[in-house]
Design a protein around this ligand. Structure first.
Ligand code: ADP
Ligand code: ADP
Length: 237
């Protein structure tokens, strides 16, 4: 479980990214975070793996306040958290397979894998992950030869190869056209249901959130202003 207890985050310039956030996120939930640009969605999601670090409160993951962890322990926590970005963040000139294999680095962490010599199991896992998002036939293509939607599915496969407990997706479909966005959202949902990976996704389209989310968290000016099932989202929120 992930629990935010009175979490606030003030950026160095004094801007408050999060204001007294309280949330409980249960294992296996599929949550979409919505809100206007600048509402704090990205800050909320990125604080879970401390890409940005809250300045107040407690952020408890599986019973441990992760804001108090030293760097080594924080690294262990991050191994269980896969991250997906709007801009895919692939190594453009590397093959799709190699990009996906980098997901297993955190998990295995052997010198061999650091040097790019992955084990058979790693490669099998990477290929299986690619198959799960339907692009195993692209394994030996250069990452930047793929379409945007395909690149985002590569980044999902990379996250899967990490065998995470949690997936954080920060505007994963913001650069994609609507049909491709649906493919990516369906992949994320399928993986959530099959593997029970807790999933948090930032979206700025409420209609897409309503279509896929089991639970919607609405943000405005750093505060959580809505938290409930999609069926409870009303006109006023
Ligand atoms: P969203 O994801 O909902 O668009 P963000 O979490 O990215 O919102 O940003 C929330 C607010 O915090 C915005 O006003 C943004 O400009 C501000 N912000 C984000 N990152 C920083 C930063 N590094 N320093 C100062 N302000 C920031
Ligand atoms: P992304 O889509 O990757 O979240 P953003 O434009 O929101 O891109 O932010 C890009 C970077 O700029 C992030 O590191 C964010 O923290 C930082 N940032 C965003 N808003 C501000 C701000 N008002 N002041 C300083 N840094 C900011």
């Amino acid at each position: 479980m992930i629990e935010f207890k009175n979490v606030s985050l003030t950026y160095p310039n004094g801007h408050q990214g999060l204001k007294n956030v309280n949330l409980k996120i249960n294992d296996g939930e599929f949550i979409v975070v919505v809100g206007l640009s600048g509402a704090g969605k990205s800050t909320l999601i990125r604080s879970i793996n401390q890409l940005v670090k809250p300045t107040e409160g407690e952020l408890i993951i599986d019973g441990v306040d992760t804001l108090k962890l030293n760097d080594r322990k924080l690294k262990d926590t991050r191994k269980n958290i896969g991250m997906i970005f709007q801009s895919y963040n692939l190594v453009k000139r590397m093959s799709v397979l190699r990009n996906v294999l980098t997901g297993s680095l955190g998990r295995t962490n052997t010198l061999k894998s650091m040097l790019g010599l992955f084990s058979k199991e790693d490669i099998n896992l990477a290929m299986t992950s690619l198959a799960r998002v339907g692009i195993e036939d692209k394994a030996y293509r250069r990452a930047d030869q793929l379409s945007g939607g395909q690149q985002q599915r590569v980044s999902i496969a990379r996250a899967l190869t990490q065998q995470p407990k949690v997936i954080l997706a920060d505007e994963p479909v913001a650069s994609l056209d609507p049909p491709t966005s649906h493919v990516v959202m369906k992949d994320l949902k399928k993986i959530n249901k099959e593997d029970g990976i807790t999933t948090l996704i930032n979206l700025h389209f409420i209609d897409m959130a309503m279509e896929y989310a089991d639970r919607i968290i609405g943000m405005r000016e750093g505060e959580v202003v809505f938290d409930g099932p999609a069926s409870e989202v009303s006109e006023k929120t």
